[in-house]
Design a protein around this ligand. Sequence first.
Ligand code: LLP
Length: 879
Amino acid sequence: MNHASTGPFDAQLSAFPDSPWVVLKFGGTSVASLENWQRILGIVRARITEGRRVLLVHSAVSGVSNRLEELIEAAIGGDHQPVLDDIARRHRVLGEVLALDSDTLLDAELAELGQLAAGIALIGEASPRTHARVMAAGELMATRLGAAWLGAQGVEVQRVDARELLRTRPVSGASERGRYLSAACGFDADDALRARLDALPGVVLTQGFIAGGEGGETVLLGRGGSDTSAACLAAHISAQRLEIWTDVPGLFSADPRAVPSARLLKSLHYFEAQELASMGSRVLHPRCIPPVRRSGIPLYVFCTSRPDWAGTIVSAAPVEDGPQLKAVSSRKGITLVSMETLGMWQEVGFLSRAFECFARHGLSVDMISTSESNVTVSLEQLANALDDATMAALVADLEHICRVRVITDCAAVSLVGRGIRAILHELGPAFELFEDHRIHLLSQAANDLNLTVVVDEEQAHRLVEQLHVLMMTRYSEGSVFGPTWQQLHGDIAEEARPWTPPTPWWVHRRDELLAIAARDSAAYVYDLPSIRQAIDGLKRLPPVSAVFYAMKANSNRDVLRCVHDAGVNFECVSPGEIGRVLELFPDLDRRRILYTPNFAPKGDYQYGLERDVWVTLDNLHPLRAWPELFDGREIFVRLDPGQGRGHHEHVRTAGVHSKFGIPLFELDELQSLARAAGARIVGLHAHTGSGILSPENWGGTGSTLIDVARTFPDVRYLDLGGGLGVPERPGERPLDLAALEQTLEAVREAGPDYELWLEPGRYLVAAAGVLLAQVTQLKGKGDVRYVGLSTGMNSLIRPALYGAYHEIVNLSRLDETPSEIVSVVGPNCESGDRLGTDRLLPHCEEGDVLLIANAGAYGFVMSSNYNLRAPAGEVVIGE
Ligand code: LLP
């Protein structure tokens, strides 16, 4: 549908369905080229054909407002002519393209601008009043060109000065800057204004961004204020609708530049649009919603360069049964002030005294969270002048009443939608993501339209991406959610595209898998080529000298042979694991086995030492209690670098809460105990956790180990551990190996004398394994549908133990459209015997084969005979 000609307009959404007026607002990019002006012409003509009167509001040509700001600065510095010339040149170029005599058209405005700049240069400063006059020139000049061009195309146009149409209303306590540069206008219906416009023939064209002050002087509505101008005018003249034409196709469920899988939001309530605008979406100015909301005028957002796209409708129309969550947004540049005091508890007036300090320094507080002894508030960079002096003065003031900590460079990440409180239970998986991110503040808005967490700025992007995948991709296209940004822009750059995983191996081997499941009813199946492929990826990391496979992830004999044949070494944690490696490869060079026992009995160490494998100590106890074992030995030590990471707290293996590793404060004692025992420490090891997708993890470990190695002269090897994660949830991106290579390269450069080792388990085998199980029974209970399987937590305990997510598909019905939300459960006598919750599957029948993906790591090895049910056995395919 071409909205320029027909439009998706439903007059009944409007409080003024019969009003002849529509207000069209075009932004700076929309008025900067002939092509766009031709589109504007088409849109205007279509509205006239529709029988409407058009009030056209537009901005300065894109880039000009920034140049005007620079002009003021340059004039204060006394050297404004080059900037002035550039501003004139930009308009002249556009004028030429539009075949207009811009010199004559803009003569008066340019002359005035020159005088203003000269005046600023003369006195060396610009008052807010002068500032406003300079900035207004952008809109005044652009609308001269716009009106002349439309006129030349045969459209009857009246150019009216916005300072006559829009008057500001006084705001008590506003500063002079506020009054001139960020003024507010009223938005009541204005019959006199309406009558004035009614009396003008043709299209009425005026400027955005500028208005008349109380005495008629020029004032501005704040940067981005053209939307507000258009909304106030629409309200004044009781327009049937407001159309905002911009350079993006509407409002999205996330910032599409950061998340290309962001969905177009086809319809939103005013409140939601308001929330999105305030929460950092830059499409609409937050101040433009109240005028249209109060008047009941629907607001449409369209893309000037693609008038055929659907756009977003913002109105009061309720979307019955529509999804509640609408978007994930983020705002950077947030500073937190944390105020700690025991005195606050049950004390009257602490908050008022604290806020008094903020008010005194002109700082506006955005979010707040309180506990018995702490109040943390956020300050927004954009709304506040957060210079060092202001912050220092604030802190000094606050320190009279509490302990103060300022946390800078934070970002607020928000889930936006209606009735967030009612869907808190759905947010469970979202909260799991926060385990990996340090949360400084959590706030659930009193208006129930957003749930916001404040995290470190560098975390925000990934968190938004993850939350979007988790919460937003499940909605099908309908009246609220439209196509993704990527679908709309089929031609976007490769690196900006969302991650679409390659088709998994098990789709290609479906028949083979179904035959196995028909025979075994439940089975683990491992695809050896997939293991080789994962190994290949890691072996192409030049900074890594050796890879040791953490065989605890999967100790199947064929898997071990495959790993061995690919030239990978082994990391073992028990005599049993070493025994299995030696059983398979009796002649293996013992230096290709690294042994990392933890709280193991003395005999386990003797076992490893006798077999001459590398032995790692991760406690001082063995050196203190059994020094004789290590006399003359070269050993490894496992250090705790201090910060654990990983997909679940059970798998974070560093930091104060973990039982692993020698803390850094024990290094001196380690040195002397090793010396006393006659052992030489030749390797340092650290493993921070498991299931990590951020490459920086190994960079951090590397630099800690290099620092420590400086005081251990015999060290030759730095083992940075395993923990390399694999994508689990749909849309999750894999570990970026190129970024990992860069990080490791930096480590190698910092410590060129050391060999770098990695010891991954999961990364080599997870995706290569699947668990197959047959459907046993079906049941509906309450509002949950259950699909029962022939095996459950006795085969795969990860979902029950860690809440781990494994993709589940119905292999028997791979081509059928998913239609039901079900919980997939096993036959064990525990409520936790659940392999997947709320999964979208095609209708399942008894005997169907379900496939549980990504089960090659920590699957069979962690299985049990619980309930005396034998777990699924193992089958290897693809020799
Ligand atoms: N190195 C050491 C010292 C380890 O403790 C581990 C895993 C690894 C290497 C290999 O970590 P990977 O690359 O596989 O992440 N059962 C849990 C994982 C526990 C990992 C224990 N240690 C799970 O299913 O996620």
